[in-house]
Design a binder for this molecule. Sequence first.
Ligand code: SF4
Ligand code: SF4
Length: 84
Amino acid sequence: MRRESRGTLVIDVERCKGCELCIPACPPKVLSMSTISNHHGYLYPELSPGCTGCTACQQVCPDYVFEVYRYQTPVMAVVDTEAA
Ligand code: SF4
Ligand code: SF4
């Protein structure tokens, strides 16, 4: 299936402490924790297609991990529905 992204993130994974607050805070549920850890030993969020640029993750993160950008024109991506 195709999924529209209206925003994207820069994720500073080395700042992340792995608290997972951002995961349920994302309305379209496009954040999931990594399976490998950063240099401090913490898992960190990864972004799948479908970000709306709402900034909820940025607002909830205590460690300023996220920068949020909105696309002027939405970007379409093909996603694996079994993995999504
Ligand atoms: S900006 Fe909003 S939609 Fe995008 S990843 Fe963060 S919480 Fe999810
Ligand atoms: S809220 Fe911030 S510190 Fe916590 S897991 Fe998400 S990115 Fe990492």
